[in-house]
Design a protein around this ligand. Structure first.
Ligand code: MLT
Length: 323
């Protein structure tokens, strides 16, 4: 009996500490795991979220880049971190929705092991080729790629990353199987393309925007129904007759399951406030993001988006992978 009472007292004390800790949150530096290399779309977006949390929660939010295996190494680390709000994941469509299509033994459950905080941004993808690639539009690209598929190297950020997914859709639509070369993120892919080792990549628009503008790489198509205001001269895949190349991944913030609700609420509220700021909206728009409207912000909207995007894209990806 006495032992039971002791155990109950310990549990109560632990629960009390938990809620006290949650009220103080954040009382120390928070780590945001970005599961890709520095300098790419996930990193830039994760740092925008970190800046919002810094300013609205009065604490340091520090980005740690943990790249590898299409973002699943960093996501796994976040899933296994203590559920206390001091480790956050800035993940995306790949790590937190579609990874199970590519990894039978993922090590985490993309939906059950995380609590969604909210969307940060969505960006359409671009097909980008090296500067001297012998094609200047999607039709020329398709003709050249079909004739030379076995010699082409496609750079991507690992199996299941959104750059992999975008080019999987593109390659399947064309009916080619070029060599897929994995990197820890698309920032190193871009470097390899500038060095001439990579022929093409499919990356969210912000990843290559400044190089496209500088003319050091060429953008042939935006994988969306409408053009990007940041690159108004680049035609869409739809305009060029390849609607299957349609990919606009979301980037979003998550915490491990079991994180106290008050911590989730604080983070979600801060993110929402940040996304309403003109300066943040301008920064995201300048990167080519589709701004997340208020009704699509927060945990519930993100949970729904993950469910609907998984249901919509899993069969498309399985079919593309079999082609
Ligand atoms: C990156 O930041 O390297 C990319 O967004 C990762 C990806 O392609 O999924």
């Amino acid at each position: 009996m006495a032992r039971h009472l002791m155990a109950a007292a310990v549990l109560l004390m632990a629960a009390g500490m938990n809620s006290a800790q949650a009220q103080d949150y954040p009382a120390r530096t928070v780590t945001i795991i970005v599961p890709f290399a520095a300098g790419g779309p996930a990193d830039i977006t994760g740092r925008i979220a970190a800046d919002i949390f810094n300013r609205h929660l009065g604490q340091k939010f520090v980005v740690e880049n943990v790249g590898g295996a299409g973002g699943t190494i960093g996501a796994l680390r976040a899933a296994r971190a203590p559920a206390d709000g001091y480790t956050i994941l800035s993940g995306h469509l790949g790590t937190n929705a579609l990874a199970p299509a590519f990894y039978p033994n993922l090590g985490y459950d993309a939906q059950k092991d995380f609590e969604p905080i909210g969307l940060t941004a969505e960006y359409p993808e671009l097909l980008v080729v090296r500067k001297d690639f012998p094609a200047n539009n999607l039709n020329e690209f398709v003709a050249y790629a079909k004739a030379n598929a076995s010699q082409l190297n496609v750079g991507h950020a690992g199996l299941g990353s959104v750059s992999y997914i975008g080019c999987l859709l593109l390659n399947a639509a064309i009916g080619i199987k070029p060599t897929m070369v994995p990197f820890t993120g698309t920032a190193p892919v871009l470097n390899a393309m500038l060095g001439g080792q990579i022929d093409y990549e499919c990356d969210p628009v912000l990843g290559t925007l400044s190089q496209v503008r500088a003319g050091t790489v060429k953008a042939l198509a935006i994988a969306a129904k409408k053009r990007s205001p940041m690159l108004p001269d680049v035609p869409t895949s739809y305009e060029q007759g390849l609607p299957e190349f349609d990919c606009a991944p979301f980037y979003a913030v998550f915490v491990p399951s079991g994180t106290p609700q008050s911590v989730i609420d604080r983070l979600a509220e801060a993110l929402n406030k940040g996304l309403s700021e003109d300066s943040v909206q301008k920064r995201l728009a300048d990167l080519g993001a589709d701004i997340v409207e208020p009704d699509r912000r927060g945990p519930k909207a993100l949970a729904n988006l993950i469910k609907s995007e998984s249901a919509r894209l899993m069969p498309i990806l399985r079919e593309a992978a079999e082609k």
